[in-house]
Design a protein around this ligand. Structure first.
Ligand code: HEC
Ligand code: HEC
Length: 282
């Protein structure tokens, strides 16, 4: 928050001089939101943010699109307003609804100032020409029109007052931890009373553990140091190296945060209501 205020003051005081600072912040936010994992075909060593990463869901396989500033195959022709609308409302420049596999349900909570820095950084990167891989989704889930109804019922547009707390902002608006660590109802919406209490079939059908401070079924036995160290290195309290999708979250996301931000995220998670919910590891 203080950084944001400083940046704002700076903007008013010296408009010409902010550019470099914005880009550094944009890059930081790119990691905080872990945009890289879903928008880069890491498995096949694809170019950064040029799309093609397969995301398996019960409805079929979605592919992260190209978000480099290429004008034809990426988002190079987008205005600032287009970008804000996509992440805040889950609506494309053509007015189509996005599938919530793109976690705009969380990103909706990112502030305008941060979205603009994020876009500025994306637009400072080299454009990569790579046509998007079409989603491979079974009827009727491939249609965008019903998403309108889904959003009416299940989507709450941000920003969110709870994010005045930096830890909440990092975990919920940017880090979208709940998208994997919270159970979903039959409609695929997150069950709010079970916030961060784990999901037996999280992303790609893998269990995501309970990360509330419940001592028996969550991570209540972890110390503050255990948790910040985990977010930095991916090494658990038991000394195991975390695997699967969480390894990507640490490698491209939380591992790049400042120590102060990892501590803020830790403080937020430790202050969550402990929820007893046993997740079986497969
Ligand atoms: C969990 C995977 C995931 C993460 C994390 C993710 N995205 Fe995406 N994103 C997607 C998918 C999948 C789509 C395509 C959705 C659709 O077609 O309806 C998408 C679409 C987009 C689009 C629209 C592209 C277009 O051509 O219309 C933008 C812009 C975007 N994401 C930016 C971001 C940014 C910025 C971040 C990080 C803050 C991010 N995404 C993080 C999966 C992800
Ligand atoms: C894409 C899905 C996904 C996202 C997003 C995600 N996680 Fe995870 N997380 C997992 C999975 C899956 C595991 C279990 C990995 C394993 O054991 O191999 C895990 C494990 C963990 C653990 C270890 C818990 C234990 O009992 O071993 C912690 C702590 C954790 N995540 C915190 C977070 C935080 C904080 C965020 C947000 C910054 C986050 N996760 C975002 C999927 C995710």
């Amino acid at each position: 928050m203080r950084r944001f205020l400083l940046a704002t003051l700076f903007l008013i005081a010296a408009p010409g001089a902010v550019w470099a600072a914005d880009l550094a912040r944009g890059k930081y936010l790119l990691h905080a939101g872990n945009c890289i994992s879903c928008h880069t075909d890491l498995k096949n060593k694809g170019p950064l943010l040029a799309g093609g990463r397969a995301l398996k869901t019960p409805f079929g396989t979605f592919y992260g699109p190209n978000i480099t500033p290429d004008k034809e195959t990426g988002i190079g022709a987008w205005s600032d307003a287009d970008f804000i609308r996509a992440l805040r409302q889950g609506v494309s420049p053509k007015g189509e609804h996005y599938f919530p596999v793109f976690p705009y349900t969380s990103f909706t909570r990112i502030t305008d100032a941060d979205l603009l820095d994020l876009k500025a950084y994306l637009f400072s990167l080299a454009p990569v020409k790579r046509a998007n891989t079409p989603h491979d989704v079974a009827f009727p889930f491939g249609y965008r029109f019903p998403l309108f109804g889904w959003k009416l019922l299940n989507f709450r547009q941000g920003p969110d007052a709870a994010d005045a707390d930096r830890g909440s902002y990092l975990a919920n608006a940017l880090g979208h931890c709940a998208e994997c660590h919270t159970q979903r109802n039959v409609m695929g919406a997150l069950k709010r009373p079970m916030w961060m209490a784990g999901s037996q079939d999280g992303a790609e059908g893998k269990p995501a553990p309970n990360i509330t401070p419940d001592k028996e079924t969550g991570i209540g036995e972890w110390t503050v140091r255990d948790l910040t160290y985990f977010l930095e290195t991916g090494t658990t309290r038991e000394g195991d190296v975390v695997g699967g999708l969480m390894a990507e979250v640490v490698e491209h996301g939380t591992g790049h945060l400042s120590e102060a931000d990892r501590q803020a995220m830790t403080a937020y998670l430790r202050a969550l209501p402990p929820i007893a919910n046993k997740i079986k590891r497969k």
